[in-house]
Ligand binder design. Structure first.
Ligand SMILES: Cc1ncc(C[n+]2csc(CCOP(=O)(O)OP(=O)(O)O)c2C)c(N)n1
Ligand SMILES: [Mg+2]
Length: 307
């Protein structure tokens, strides 16, 4: 594996912008902040494969676009399959310095695109798959997905979702791919480091990115970065990597093994209108699940493996 350049500060980032002015994302869109960082991290030697989702609308209407990189907009369920084809075509032409990036929402990953992704991972397709997770079908007006957390309001769960969120990174870990990471645009240096590390690794790399969504989560658009930080500080979202099967918590999550260092989940939940209906019992139930998950993370981190 080649050396990965670690950026010490956000000021050290490239001044180049490949996310141009004029996009039509909602104010405070976490996914769009992440896209800007992604383009800065990887430059323009990338081909993006984007299924139906908010990000296929955000560049604006044809013939205009605010993405200064090649993008293939494809059907909802086929990110893994299309990316496999793009990679095969590049290799056939002897092009090895272009990174293929699948960029799909949680609906397009957890639900409708999971079989194409699973197939691509099983074949070891040489690409980075990023699931930006705003925890609902955002583009069509906020319907529940397999990523929507327990208790969250969506238009199809008006009294709160009754089921729990799938554990997508561990579903990917079961595919034994070489690199899996979680990230959040509120921790940009961590995200960029992971993107650059992923670029150096051959095979299927999967990044699960929490993308706070003011429109769907019902909070003020100015609070997106704070929302992502709170998700991490409460332990609701955990920053980690699984590199060739070895598990590692990343800062600041590595400090949070001790429960006393995690902020109460309630702080995160009460700032979001989508959790407004949650009663005390449900909040406690969710807190218990977070604590139970942390028992697993502690064990994985200490043993560095997934048992
Ligand atoms: C087969 C199919 N079913 C439904 C749709 C309608 N549709 C387009 S985008 C979208 C929501 C995508 O949700 P997600 O993948 O979470 O991305 P987000 O919109 O949240 O960014 C849906 C349901 C479609 N384009 N194709
Ligand atoms: Mg979504």
């Amino acid at each position: 594996m080649g050396e990965t350049k670690i950026i010490e500060s956000i000021k050290g980032l490239s001044k180049e912008e490949y996310l141009l002015k004029g996009h039509i994302a909602c104010a405070g869109c976490g996914a769009t902040i992440a896209l800007r960082l992604l383009f800065k991290a990887l430059g323009n030697r990338v081909i993006m494969v984007i299924p139906a989702c908010c990000s296929s609308v955000i560049p604006g209407p044809y013939p205009y676009t605010s993405f200064a990189v090649p993008v293939q907009n494809i059907i909802f369920e086929s990110t893994g399959a299309t990316a496999s084809g793009v990679v095969a075509a590049l290799r056939k032409r002897g092009i090895n310095d272009v990174t293929v990036v699948g960029w799909a929402g949680d609906g397009g990953t957890f639900d409708i695109g999971i079989q194409a992704l699973s197939g691509a991972a099983e074949r070891g397709t040489d690409f980075i798959y990023i699931c930006y997770d705003n925890e609902a079908y955002g583009n069509t007006g906020v319907q529940r997905s397999g990523a929507t957390p327990y208790g969250a309001w969506t238009t199809t769960t008006p009294t709160g979702k009754k089921e729990r969120k799938k554990d997508m990174p561990f579903i990917m870990a079961a595919h034994k791919i070489p690199y899996i990471a979680t990230a959040c645009p509120s921790y940009p240096i961590d995200f960029i480091r992971k993107l650059r590390k992923a670029r150096e690794i051959k095979g299927t790399r999967f990044i699960h990115l929490l993308a706070p969504c003011p429109t769907g989560w019902r909070y003020d658009a100015s609070k997106t970065v704070q929302m992502g930080r709170l998700a991490v500080q409460t332990g609701m979202w955990v920053l980690f990597e699984i590199e060739y099967g070895r598990f590692k918590l990343n800062p600041p999550s590595d400090e949070l093994i001790d429960k006393a260092k995690r902020r109460p989940l309630e702080e995160y939940l009460t700032l979001q209108g989508r959790f407004r209906r949650l009663g005390e019992e449900d909040i406690q139930k969710k807190q218990k699940w977070v604590d139970e998950d942390w028992e697993r993370y502690r064990r994985y981190h200490q043993t560095m493996c997934l048992i």
